[in-house]
Design a protein around this ligand. Structure first.
Ligand code: DON
Length: 606
């Protein structure tokens, strides 16, 4: 039995680049970026210094995933220290909607206006967010944390397999639209090497080195009120977009309370006398608490709702353990049903809470969770409209096509330092090379994050997500995101000390939420190491389209697919999958770090 179990686990696990470190670790989706962060930790920097250095390095070596033309989220959990106490904060530096764009902006524009060119660009937040994190929670100066990125931009780096693949995807778009070659000339010539990118092609970027030097010298002003900002506005307005210097000058970073997740799943879970769902699942007498991103990320609410639903189903946690541990069909079906409900509510209700009253408490209140759990237990074929909390109806418009693009427009960083501080940071320019619109003087591409808004009422975004009118574009609003940077602590002993257990997050659009949750649960429920947690097979369901997406390893299992089919699940292969970067703290204090083989990164540390 045990032998069979091990076999199933091994056959379904991709081999991640993983390593164990004694003091500190950084897991990013490019080895050079992890090394940039580790170098800062070696110089005595803390986890925030390292995350900022890693992010700027990614801006150079993963220019199609993230960078100074985009935005992001950072969750920080401090070890007990005199300056910050045992605090957790969530920084929101997601892009915002420019003043000149309103709810109807895309209605009469050609398809693709929210994905390509100036009309797709939202006000970038990354430089402001990173420098705010550094100044508030870091210990080093700008020049020191920017130095590795500047060196990479000047000396160049070799395109790896993932770069070559991303470039090939985008080169196809340029070949299909030859006018892009002059319209987005820097992107075509530098990043796509006029259609000739191969593994090993060296990409140098002295223009981005110049931008990073200006940021090191003048801080965020260089970007938002100086020469870089002027070049950004020139690029966007020259390509028909609405961004102004006033938009850049009004960019903000929000400091939020992280959303807490109760990861203590146990089959004994019931609604207690106080109406709270409660359970204490233990791995070595520990309880697990997650600190994750609140809105405008949908990740926190969606993971929270899914965890509560599983906890409320009799036998739910052990079914999930059976799915993750030994590929059990009934377990996967239960998890898929849970995701359907949680993503239905994501679609109907979630948006930037600064712009609408959202029924957040109602979604997770025990009565609603127990109602949803009972639907899963009794499930017969159910109309999609009955999933989630259907008090309100969203009328789907037309026969909007959906797809989950092969896409690498996001990057995640997990860091733990020698003091036990942790950072989970996910940043995006949305699709590969964002809007494709470059800022040629400063060597970077601008995001197309506007597509994460509900750009056409009732329509779907590039990831096939239907979203509500609460997520329509409005000046200063942030588009709903799936980015889910998460730090899990383990509450130990009588004094209930909280120690970092797992730091994780992913890239991959809505697959971020499901992949991050599955990777974390592989550690907290099954005690798997970082390599297995990151490389393990995954499923994804996002309510609509009504299809259960399976990892290729699961898709090849005809018996599993037949069993899922008999339980009412149409299945299809995920195609391009999320890429998870994870650091796990072991019982002896060492750090087990892994970068997802699906994106080819490698961790670094000491
Ligand atoms: O914020 C979001 O949810 C999307 N802009 C993320 C896009 C993404 O992850 C692309 N993939 N790698």
């Amino acid at each position: 039995m045990r032998y069979w179990f091990v076999c199933v686990a091994l056959c379904l696990t991709l081999v991640a680049r993983a390593e164990t470190f004694d003091q500190y670790a950084v897991a990013a989706d490019h080895a050079l970026a992890s090394q940039a962060g580790a170098a800062i930790l070696a110089q005595g920097g803390n986890a925030v210094d390292a995350a900022v250095a890693t992010s700027f390095a990614l801006s150079v070596v993963r220019p199609y995933s993230c960078g100074i033309g985009g935005g992001g989220f950072m969750v920080i959990k401090f070890a007990e220290d005199p300056t910050h106490g045992e605090r957790a904060v969530a920084l929101n530096y997601r892009e915002t909607c420019p003043e000149g764009v309103g709810p109807d902006y895309y209605e009469d524009k050609p398809a693709g206006a929210s994905r390509v060119g100036g009309t797709a660009v939202a006000t970038p937040g990354t430089v402001l967010g990173l420098l705010h994190a550094l100044e508030t929670y870091g210990t080093m100066d700008r020049a020191s944390v920017l130095a590795p990125a500047i060196a990479l931009a000047e000396e160049g780096f070799e395109a790896d397999a993932h770069y070559a693949q991303a470039a090939a995807n985008v080169i196809r778009q340029f070949e299909a639209n030859p006018a892009y070659k002059t319209r987005f000339a820097f992107t075509w010539e530098r990043y796509l090497q006029r259609g000739e990118v191969e593994i090993g092609t060296r990409i140098r970027n002295p223009e981005q080195a110049l931008a990073l030097r200006l940021i090191a010298r003048d801080g965020a002003r260089a970007f938002y009120m100086g020469a870089i900002g002027e070049a950004v506005v020139r690029a966007v307005r020259g390509d028909g977009g609405a961004l102004t210097m006033e938009d850049l000058a009004s960019a903000t970073v929000e400091t939020l309370e992280p959303r807490r997740l109760d990861l203590s799943l146990d089959d004994g879970t019931k609604v207690g006398p106080n109406g709270r769902l409660r359970a204490v699942h233990t791995v070595g007498d520990a309880e697990f608490v997650g600190y994750t991103m609140p809105l405008p990320s949908s990740g926190g609410v969606t993971m929270d709702q899914a965890l509560r639903i599983i906890a409320a189903i009799d036998g739910g946690p052990s079914a999930l353990r059976a799915a993750l541990g030994r590929n059990d069909a009934a377990g996967w079906a239960l998890f898929a049903e849970t995701l359907r409900h949680a993503f239905a509510d994501r679609s109907r209700y979630l948006a930037d809470p600064n712009f609408a009253e959202l029924p957040l408490d109602e979604l997770v209140e025990p009565a609603n969770i127990v109602r949803i759990a009972s639907l899963i237990v009794d499930r017969v074929e159910m109309d999609p409209a009955r999933y989630g909390t259907p008090w309100l109806e969203v009328a789907p418009r037309g026969d909007a096509a959906w797809s989950l693009p092969e896409d690498g427009g996001t990057s995640h960083i997990s860091v733990v330092d020698a003091q036990g501080n942790a950072v989970a940071c996910t940043e995006s320019i949305n699709l590969e090379f964002g809007s494709l619109l470059p800022v040629p003087e400063f060597g970077f591409c601008l995001n197309n994050e506007m597509d994460d808004f509900t750009t056409q009422r009732g329509g779907v975004n590039a990831f096939g997500l239907r979203q509500s009118d609460a997520n329509l574009p409005e000046a200063g609003k942030r588009p709903l995101s799936s980015m889910s940077p998460t730090i899990v602590t383990r509450v130990e002993g009588r004094e209930r000390a909280e120690r970092i257990a797992v730091v994780a997050g992913a890239s991959g659009g809505p697959r971020i939420i499901t992949a991050t949750l599955q990777a974390i649960l592989r550690v907290t429920l099954l005690d798997q190491d970082a390599e297995e947690a990151v490389g393990g097979a995954r499923v994804h369901h996002q309510w609509l389209p009504d299809t259960l997406l399976l990892d290729p390893a699961l898709m090849g299992d005809a018996e599993l697919r037949a069993a899922l089919g008999s339980m009412g699940h149409e299945t299809a292969v995920i195609g391009s999958e999320a890429a998870v970067q994870l650091v796990r703290r072991l019982g002896d204090g060492r750090l087990d770090a892994a970068s997802d083989p699906r994106k080819g990164g490698a961790p670094a540390g000491d």
